[in-house]
Design a protein around this ligand. Structure first.
Ligand code: KIV
Length: 302
């Protein structure tokens, strides 16, 4: 690392900002790429400080934060609002905004304008969209507008109704051919990375070898260039039975439940707040106040 590559005021030991170049170089060096979702300031800050490469403000926001039962209802305004909060928290990781259902599947001009809003209004450094071959024209236009694009193929949750449910993709020969065609099309279009979701390990490995863009797997096995998971899944905050590929690294639900129950018990028993947790009057004001109260009491007893 040269001193000239540091940002102004940055310690030589600080981590360098992650960019599309960092992600590309990591694939070249066979260094695993890390990605997690985040949707607001506190968790985004923790994820960034832990050194994760990319933070995806995923449309899973719809489910894990807003309580919908699929990703379909989340709006562009909601995605932008949450991306802004993440942006304010993150110093090093690359922040990617997920284009929600209905904001890029129609008119290409509108798709480009919506992608640009993630960068201009919310501080994202790239956008992600679902779909392969059929998105190539749009992806080229978005890249022409200087916005990096992350592709997403395999089990694409925005195609829930078309797929007939959340189903692993690429399990037969025609499915494998379709996935490979989509991955190559995205790669040629110039995406900086491709999310492979719900794909057999063997197929993800073949795609990873074939394309120059880094593959980021979720339920796609260990041969991908990187891995992404939903933050709420890894800390047990998603109130759903975990998918096969989810590994839980903590139990935030238990931690929060315990804390809230303890607070309730303390308030109800009078154990909270204590004197040490209270503000006090300055000595002189207290003496003056006591004198006034005493005079008032004496007057009442006359
Ligand atoms: O929206 C999301 O969180 C995603 C990841 C699961 C890749 O698309």
């Amino acid at each position: 690392m040269s001193i000239t590559s540091l940002n102004e005021g940055q310690s030589p030991f600080a981590r360098l900002k992650v960019t599309t170049t960092t992600i590309h170089d990591k694939k070249q060096r066979h260094e695993p790429i890390t990605c997690l979702t985040a949707y607001e300031y506190a968790t985004a800050r923790l994820v960034d400080e832990a050194g994760i490469d990319m933070i995806l403000v995923g449309d899973t926001l719809a489910q894990v934060v807003l309580g919908y039962d699929s990703t379909l209802p989340v709006t562009l305004e909601e995605m932008l609002h949450h991306t802004r909060a993440v942006r304010r928290a993150v110093k090093t990781a690359m922040v990617i905004g997920d284009m929600p259902f209905g904001t890029y599947q129609g008119d290409a001009k509108e798709g480009v304008a919506n992608a640009v809003r993630f960068v201009k209004e919310a501080g994202a450094e790239a956008v992600k969209m679902e779909g392969g071959d059929k998105r190539v024209d749009l992806i080229r236009r978005i890249l022409d507008a200087e916005v990096p694009v992350m592709g997403h193929i395999g089990l694409t949750p925005q195609s829930l109704h078309k797929m007939g449910g959340y189903k692993v993709q690429g399990k037969d020969l025609s499915g494998i051919e379709r996935l490979m065609k989509d991955a190559v099309a995205l790669d040629r279009a110039g995406v900086f990375a491709i999310v492979l979701e719900g794909v057999p390990r063997e197929v993800a490995a073949m795609i990873t070898r074939e394309v120059s863009a880094p593959t980021i797997g979720i339920g796609a096995g260990p041969e991908c260039d990187g891995q992404v998971l939903v933050f709420h899944d890894i800390v047990n905050l998603s109130f759903a039975a975990p998918a096969k590929f989810v590994r839980r690294y903590g139990d935030a639900a238990a931690l929060i439940r315990r804390a809230v129950e303890q607070f309730k018990a303390d308030v109800e028993s009078g154990g909270y707040p204590s004197d040490a947790e209270s503000y006090h009057l300055p000595k002189e004001t207290r003496a003056d106040l006591e004198a006034i109260l005493k005079r008032k009491e004496m007057k009442m007893h006359r």
